[in-house]
Design a binder for this molecule. Structure first.
Ligand code: 5AD
Ligand code: SF4
Length: 467
């Protein structure tokens, strides 16, 4: 039993990292059983679920999409905003109900909620039917804890890990596009954000291990690799081995993967060297997600974002100049404590300035334990809703404009799978990460093809194969 602890989570004293070779020899003791895995939140969680799926299958289980058929239910949770939390709690209600009829049902809670002190206290007190709670830093403990499971709720959460697990095996969802973790945790401590608490300190994987994983993906025929980290720009800083993210990006690009991407980049330490590497390699996709959060320098300071509105503009201009075909998207929060109408106008001005190709917009959500949770949340709900609506109108205008520019153009698209809505179509992504629905059959899946864009909507494009 090890409970999450925010003092440990906040501790950034440098201790030596242990590179742990995780054990993938797992006894198949759960044969004839079914698991149900549900994932909430970001790409990091989606990728973690590929590791979780590997363990569940190694234990001998088959997957089911029907909760009621499951013997083991795993919820890989998200803590970023209140609504993510509420969704999980709602789903746990269904699990509790099911467990009343199915006494042997095993319920496991993983992901970022497991790292929240107040949440785990609540799960301990009010959700005793949950069997296991496992943190994001020790996912590799899942098979052991399932094998050793007793009758009481067990909690195993390492809030600030000094471990970098290597040797991880994944049951990847896709044979076309793969996620590769390059680092874990985050040291930025943006004041609104729970991630530095739930995922601990920044720890980079060694370059040779990452390259080995990428090499084997190339050899297996993958078309796309996305390098993953909470803030990939910080890659290597903790290692002190003389290489940084730009070096890593270059080395992976040279392995010859047709498409290389990365998420997410903090604007604060996005170096000129990184911009030059992106511009230099054709297989590094001209797509950058560059979270703004606010256009007001005053609010950015309160958010501890480490850049001003002017510095962000300068970086943005440099990217557009050096990578002429770059598509830039962003994240924006409205209603941060103390945000005035004038601050919000600054955010709208920045959207006008950058004319983002796309943006994810959020209403500020107080996360217990973060620095901003001690600030007065003084923007009314009506005001927050109204700002979000006004922001979305502007954001949607520019994302539609960005899509309309592609009308009648021929663009390269990596086809990912069959369209969910139309059986005569498949879908894929442009190099600039725009979703395209294409007339065609499954023989196109896994290929990068030229597509002529025939229709442009706010959030997707339609196209036909250009022969
Ligand atoms: N409230 C609202 N949005 C948040 N984000 C992170 N924390 C919060 C919060 N407490 C948003 C940021 C981040 C994205 C992943 O989620 O915009 O970039
Ligand atoms: Fe959260 Fe900021 Fe770290 Fe992103 S960079 S995970 S917003 S603390």
């Amino acid at each position: 039993m090890r409970l999450p602890n925010y003092n440990e989570a906040k501790d950034r004293n440098k201790v030596d990292i242990t590179y742990l070779n995780v054990n993938n020899d797992i006894d198949a003791i759960y044969t004839n059983k079914k698991y149900f895995l549900r994932t909430y939140g970001c790409q990091m969680n989606v990728h973690d679920s590929e590791q979780i799926r590997f363990y569940l299958e190694k234990l001998g289980m088959n997957s089911t999409d029907t909760l009621e058929d499951a013997d083991v239910v795993v919820l890989n949770t998200c803590a970023i905003r209140e609504n993510a939390h509420d969704k999980v709690i709602g789903y746990l209600g269904r699990c509790k109900h099911l467990k009343k009829e199915k006494k042997d049902l095993i319920i496991v809670v993983m992901g970022c909620m497991a790292g929240q002190v107040d949440v785990v206290e609540d799960l301990q007190k009010n959700h005793k039917y949950i069997d296991l709670i496992i943190g994001t830093n020790n996912i590799y403990d899942l098979p052991r804890l399932l094998i050793e499971k007793g009758s009481k709720q067990n909690i195993e959460v390492y809030s600030n890990s000094d471990i970098v697990p290597e040797n991880i095996t994944y049951e990847r969802d896709s044979k076309i596009s793969a996620w590769v973790n390059i680092m874990y945790g985050c040291d930025k401590f943006c004041t609104y954000c729970i991630v530095p608490f739930t995922r601990g300190r920044e720890r980079s994987r060694k370059m040779e291990c990452i390259l080995e994983e990428c090499k084997s993906l190339v050899a297996s025929g993958y078309q796309e690799i996305t390098l993953l980290g909470q803030n990939v720009n910080a890659y290597g800083t903790d290692l002190n081995l003389g290489y940084d993210f730009a070096d890593l990006l270059e080395k992976v690009a040279e392995l010859g993967i047709p498409r290389l991407r990365f998420v997410t980049s903090h604007p604060w330490n996005f170096t000129d060297k990184m911009i030059e590497v992106i511009a230099k390699y054709e297989n590094i996709m001209p797509y950058i997600h560059l979270p703004l959060q606010s256009g007001s320098s005053r609010i950015l300071k309160k958010m501890n974002r480490r850049y001003t509105k002017e510095e962000y503009q300068e970086l943005f201009d440099k990217m557009k100049k050096t990578i002429p075909n770059a598509v830039i998207t962003t994240d924006i929060i409205v209603g941060f404590p103390g945000e005035t109408e004038e601050d919000f106008q600054d955010t709208l001005d920045m959207v006008e300035y950058c004319k983002y190709d796309g943006a994810f917009t959020f209403i500020y959500s107080e996360r217990k334990g973060t620095a901003s949770s001690f600030m007065k949340d003084d923007v009314s709900n009506e005001e927050k809703e109204s700002r979000l609506k006004r922001l979305n109108e502007l954001v949607n205008k520019y994302s539609k404009e960005s899509n309309v520019k592609l009308l009648d153009k021929v663009v390269p698209v990596l086809v990912i799978g069959p369209s969910i809505k139309d059986e005569n179509k498949v879908y894929g992504y442009t190099d600039t990460m725009k979703l395209v629905n294409i007339e065609g059959d499954e023989s196109l899946i896994g290929k990068i093809i030229d597509v002529k864009i025939t229709d442009a909507k706010s959030f997707s494009l339609d196209g036909v194969v250009n022969n």
